[in-house]
Write a protein that binds this ligand. Structure first.
Ligand code: HQG
Length: 181
C-alpha cells in the first residue's frame, strides 16, 4: 500500500470501527467493540476501489498508525478509542494524578462553564502524556492545554478507563478539576 492509500484505508477503518459499522454490514461485539478482521476485510473489499485488499494491508495500517488507533489480536480488530456510536466496555483503572486534554481557544468559554463533555463521541479523551493532547488540540485552531486533576475528579464520582497507548477516557470532567497550563 502506498502512503496515500494507507491513509485512506485508515480513515475508512476508523469510520467503520468507531462510527457506522452497520452501514458497512458489520456488527461490532457489544462488549469490546471488536469484529473479526476477516469480516472487516470482506466489508472493505465490497467497496469500489478496495476489491483486492488483503489482510496484510489492514495489518500495515494497524502497525503504522501514528496514534495506535487500532488493536488487532487473535484475529479480532477494534478501534482503541474515538467511538461515537458505541461504548465498548473498557476496564476501569487508576489514572495518574494528572491527565492532559488539548483543545482550542474558541471553546474555552464553554469548557470553563460546563467542563469537558464527550460532544460527538462516547467519552471525553484524555492522555497521560502531553504529546497526544497536543496532536488532538492542534487540529482545530489555537492550542490550549488543560490539566485534569484526577483525584479531584474521582471525588466528584468520575470513573476513568484506560484505552491503551496513553489514552484515558471519562464520561465528563467537571470544571473544578481543570486547570489551563
Ligand atoms: C471540545 C483524535 C465545548 C474538546 C484526537 C474537543 C484525539 C468542548 C471537541 C481523539 C466541551 C471534541 C479525540 C464543552 C469538550 N464545550 N467544547 N463543554 N468539552 N469540548 O474530536 O478530544 O486522529 O470529539 O476539547 O487526536 O479533540 O481521530 O475530541 O476539542 O485523540 O485518532 O470538543 O480523536 O484522534 O472533539 O479528540 P473530539 P478530541 P484520531
Amino acid at each position: 500500500l502506498s502512503e496515500a492509500r494507507e491513509k485512506t484505508l485508515s480513515k475508512l477503518m476508523t469510520k467503520i470501527l468507531r462510527h457506522s459499522p452497520e452501514s458497512f454490514g458489520i456488527r461490532l461485539d457489544g462488549a469490546d467493540g471488536s469484529c473479526d478482521a476477516e469480516e472487516l476485510l470482506q466489508a472493505l473489499r465490497r467497496l469500489p476501489d478496495w476489491s483486492r485488499l488483503t489482510l496484510a494491508d489492514i495489518e500495515q495500517v494497524v502497525r503504522n498508525s501514528d496514534k495506535q488507533r487500532f488493536e488487532l489480536a487473535e484475529g479480532r480488530i477494534r478501534a482503541r478509542y474515538g467511538h461515537s456510536s458505541l461504548q465498548p466496555a473498557y476496564e476501569e483503572a487508576e489514572p495518574p494524578p494528572v491527565l492532559y486534554h488539548g483543545t482550542n481557544e474558541s471553546v474555552m468559554g464553554s469548557i470553563r462553564r460546563e467542563g469537558l463533555r464527550p460532544m460527538g463521541r462516547s467519552y471525553v479523551h484524555l492522555s497521560a502524556g502531553k504529546h497526544f493532547a497536543v496532536m488532538a488540540g492542534r487540529r482545530r485552531g489555537n492550542l490550549v492545554m488543560l490539566e485534569v486533576d484526577t483525584s479531584e475528579a474521582r471525588r466528584h464520582g468520575i470513573t476513568f478507563y484506560y484505552a491503551g497507548n496513553e489514552v484515558w477516557l471519562a464520561a465528563a470532567i467537571p470544571p473544578v478539576c481543570l486547570r489551563q497550563i
